[in-house]
Write a protein that binds this ligand. Structure first.
Ligand code: PLP
Length: 388
């Protein structure tokens, strides 16, 4: 059987693959320390679960509008105004099956063959693959530790061609955890306005910030910029709601209409009662977000110090998200071999940097208990010692 040519270029998600392998080893009784999943290890807060249960009992079990429950769209517009300084109404918002579908719908709605999409590397695994599925061309801007894995305005300017349609900004970043300071966001915004391109700002980690880092939504820089900004976000990371599959896209109404049309012919609405949980997440107390952040903050220190204490490994201090992006180049190993051997020999699961466009690095998610972090660090130290 001949498959569509568009699928031939697309790589399966390495993160999902390694996580599945680690889970299979766990199921077979192995004591695996898993740092692979990009998933908070907390339960979804009680009041959010209760709101979804109440919605279920109240009969919110039917098809709903493809763009989302009106009440949730309004709550999201209010949140974007309140937290991010973005002047939006419900017409600017579509509720999607996670932040992943929000980006997918957007790219399908906007990108056509020949369009270039600028993606800084290290990048979240799905960005280039989504662009390829839309038959567009990903244009990768490489960054390294010398600029804290952030692109400069000159790098952005140099990558723009007449074919450039969209620039993908992800701050705080998966996989590096780096956050663009407000001044750097403003400088990138200037290039975007001058060049007449669009920007999609993936802000799914906006609530997970450390050491006084500040998050500035690029759309808030100026009304002129807001007209060429799409904001993507979701409930998975801030509210530990990964399995609920609720995210959203915020953009000028014509884009929302197009993205909703794609959703209307693919998945239809997001699970109706899950949307009621999301309303509670936005409208009730935000203490749960702070509590999870406090736990991440403690773990971050332990894993950062622990990694940097392993001879042969070095790691910048990330000021957002819940990932460490560790340099393994001194071990002489490439990231896939490193991660495969580490999993097989020491039962420690990490993601090879090659999945994110950086083969000298591995990504460790510290959404794991302190005990697992400490055990995992000991095992990693043993593994690296056996290699150098
Ligand atoms: N964007 C980034 C940078 C991510 O890391 C993820 C998930 O890992 C997503 C978007 C999608 O999140 P979800 O679809 O679970 O809301």
């Amino acid at each position: 059987m001949e498959l569509a040519s568009r699928i031939e270029q697309v790589q399966p998600s390495l993160t999902l693959e390694i996580t599945a392998k680690a889970n299979a080893m766990k199921a077979a009784g192995k004591d695996v320390c898993s740092f692979s999943a990009g998933e908070p290890d907390f339960e979804t807060p009680f009041h959010i679960r209760e709101a979804a249960k109440a919605a279920l009992d109240a009969g919110k079990t039917r098809y709903g509008p493809a763009a989302g429950e009106p009440k949730l769209r309004e709550a999201i517009a209010n949140k974007l105004q309140r937290d991010n300084g973005l002047s939006y109404t419900s017409d600017n918002v579509a509720v999607t099956n996670g932040g992943k579908q929000s980006l997918f719908n957007l790219i399908m709605a906007m990108i056509q063959p020949g369009d270039e999409v600028i993606i800084p590397s290290p990048y979240w695994v799905s960005y280039p693959e989504m662009v390829k599925l839309a038959e567009g061309t990903p244009v990768i801007i490489h960054t390294d530790a010398s600029t804290g894995f952030r692109i400069t305005p000159d790098q952005l300017r140099a990558a723009i061609t007449p074919k450039t349609k969209l620039f993908v900004l992800n701050s705080p970043s998966n996989p590096t955890g780096m956050v663009y300071p407000p001044d750097e966001i403003r400088a990138l915004a200037q290039v975007i306005v001058e060049s007449d391109i669009w920007v999609v700002s993936d802000e799914i980690y906006e609530k997970i910030l450390y050491d006084g880092a500040e998050h500035l939504s690029i759309g808030a820089v100026s009304p002129e910029l807001l007209e060429r900004t799409i904001t993507s976000n979701g409930f998975a990371k801030a509210y530990a709601m990964t399995g609920w599959r609720v995210g959203y896209l915020a953009a000028p109404p014509a884009i929302i209409k197009a993205a909703t049309s794609i959703q209307g012919h693919s998945t239809s609405n997001v699970c109706t009662f899950a949307q009621y949980g999301a309303i509670a997440a936005l409208e009730e107390s935000q203490d749960c977000v702070q509590e999870m952040l406090d736990a991440f903050t403690q773990r971050r220190k332990v894993i950062l110090d622990g990694l940097n204490a392993i001879p042969g490994i070095s790691c910048l201090a990330p000021n957002g998200a819940f990932y460490m992006f560790a340099d393994i180049s001194k071990t002489g190993m490439k990231s896939l071999d490193f991660c495969k051997d580490l999993l097989e020999e020491q039962y420690v699961a990490a993601i090879p940097g090659v999945a994110f466009g950086a083969d000298d690095y591995i990504r460790l998610s510290y959404a794991a208990s302190m005990e697992r972090i400490e055990t995992g660090l000991e095992r990693m130290a043993k593994f690296v010692k056996s290699r150098i």
